[in-house]
Design a binder for this molecule. Structure first.
Ligand code: SF4
Length: 161
């Protein structure tokens, strides 16, 4: 499933994505380790944590910084002033011409839901890594036809239980 300006590209499978992210996690541990970041692929955190022997943790507070994703540590304001969870999750929940952007980020129901990993559905909702990963909310929304809390189809993990 493609997101944003990638609509003309062919998506890779979840299985292939796992292989790519395993490769990325591997080279990021080899000295001199490059600094690698991913866009809309927070699953790398799960793989990196598993490789380092740490678990996913259950509480939101302990992994808040690691859980940056659409609407959680990210906000996007369009050229017309629309306030959205990210540049890939372009779901306006207000406009800077009529609303305070800080209030929208803190209090808009969609932002609150996006920051509550326990509200996620499907595999992401069952996954013990949901607070520090949480999947791409933009891809989940696109793939599900409009549910930003749906499971991320690029990841087939879905928890160890
Ligand atoms: S199932 Fe969802 S929360 Fe769990 S690792 Fe995959 S994308 Fe992340």
């Amino acid at each position: 499933m493609t997101v944003g300006r990638g609509q003309l590209l062919q998506p890779i499978s979840a299985e292939r994505a796992e292989q790519v992210l395993e490769w990325v996690a591997g080279i990021s541990r080899r000295p001199p380790a490059p600094i690698i970041t991913t866009t809309e692929a927070p699953q790398l955190r799960r793989i990196a944590m598993r490789r380092s022997g740490r678990d996913g943790g259950g509480g939101g507070g302990a992994h808040h910084a690691a859980g940056v994703r659409d609407g959680n540590g990210i906000i996007f304001i369009s050229h017309t002033g629309d306030i959205c969870p990210s540049g890939f999750l372009v779901v306006p929940v207000g406009n800077v011409r009529t609303a305070n952007v800080v209030d929208v980020y803190r209090e808009a129901p969609l932002f609150l839901q996006l920051r509550d990993a326990d509200s996620f559905h499907g595999r992401c909702g069952r996954c013990e890594y949901r607070w520090m990963c949480g999947g791409s909310r933009a891809r989940a929304c696109c793939a599900s036809g409009g549910d930003p809390l749906a499971e991320d189809p690029l990841c087939q993990y879905g928890g160890s239980a």
